[in-house]
Design a protein around this ligand. Structure first.
Ligand SMILES: NC(=O)c1ccc[n+]([C@@H]2O[C@H](COP(=O)([O-])OP(=O)(O)OC[C@H]3O[C@@H](n4cnc5c(N)ncnc54)[C@H](O)[C@@H]3O)[C@@H](O)[C@H]2O)c1
Length: 245
């Protein structure tokens, strides 16, 4: 898993954390984001730490844009070994109060966008003898929290897509897994989660972006070669917790 593409890799919260973890393990990282300036900032940091990284503009809702990133990665590095679907957006509204436009936008990025990336990169991986895909879901895929209704549905769909892709291409040595993060803030802003940590986690410290990145890096490593189609919760116990004592 030498060459890894991270969609939404310019993100100040989870996206950049994933890039840092992969770069820290010596992988080549393509930081692909709709916000090219944000991606370039992450690349600057990774390169300063000695990593090989490049920024590319990507809009996951546009199949041509995805195709270009896949092609540019192959041109630059010869292959795409791993792909992380982290680009995503949220929505806080009760289910019957969201508009059709909001519904479509959520699905276009969180679900259809991830599928478009998979659709474009899988043939390239198969030609290369296999590969690894990690989708970024959410704890909301597994339980209801008020106003996250439509967002949660996109992440549950992504979990089902993950299992299906793992099944469809497992025999061709392609693994596909999903990481479900708990609440994560940008580096340095973890204190903003103090109330959440105190009441909605089993563990006493905030989940950091690097924790999500480390889980992703593990799933893309040879040590995880027997793991596919799984949902890995990196949430300090949020999902497993029924209620406080
Ligand atoms: N932060 C959390 O607490 C949390 C919790 C659970 C799941 N997640 C999931 O983690 C992922 C990252 O979210 P985050 O909140 O950490 O944000 P983030 O800070 O990683 O930023 C998200 C990035 O996605 C990019 N993006 C948005 N639309 C795009 C598009 N159409 N094409 C390409 N890039 C696009 C943005 O430019 C941004 O850089 C999302 O899938 C989100 O649903 C986040």
């Amino acid at each position: 898993m030498r060459v890894c593409v991270v969609t939404g890799g310019g993100g100040v919260r989870i996206g950049s954390g994933i890039c840092r973890a992969l770069a820290g393990q010596g992988r080549t990282v393509v930081v692909a984001d709709q916000d090219l300036e944000a991606a370039e900032l992450v690349v600057e940091e990774l390169r300063a730490a000695g990593a090989t990284a490049v920024a590319m503009r990507l809009d996951v809702t546009d199949a041509d844009s995805v195709r270009e990133v896949v092609a540019a990665t192959v041109t630059a590095y010869g292959q795409v070994d791993a792909w992380v679907n982290s680009a995503g957006v949220g929505l806080r509204k009760r289910g019957a109060e969201a508009t059709p436009e909001e519904f479509d936008q959520l699905h276009a990025i969180n679900y259809r966008g991830a599928w478009t990336c998979i659709r474009e990169v899988v043939p390239v991986m198969l030609e290369n003898g296999g590969g690894g895909i990690v989708n970024i879901g959410s704890v909301h895929a597994a339980g209801a929290a008020g106003t996250f209704t439509l967002y949660a549905a996109t992440k549950a769909a992504l979990a089902a897509l993950t299992r299906g892709i793992a099944r469809d291409y497992g025999r061709q040595n392609l693994r596909c897994n999903i990481v479900h993060p708990g609440a994560v803030e940008a580096r340095g802003n973890e204190h903003l989660l103090a109330d959440f940590v105190a009441s909605k986690q089993m563990l006493p410290t905030a989940v950091e972006a690097i924790d999500i990145g480390n889980a992703v890096a593990f799933l893309l490593s040879p040590e995880a070669r027997a793991i596919t189609g799984v949902e890995l919760f990196v949430d300090a116990g949020t999902t497993a917790m029924l209620f406080e004592q």
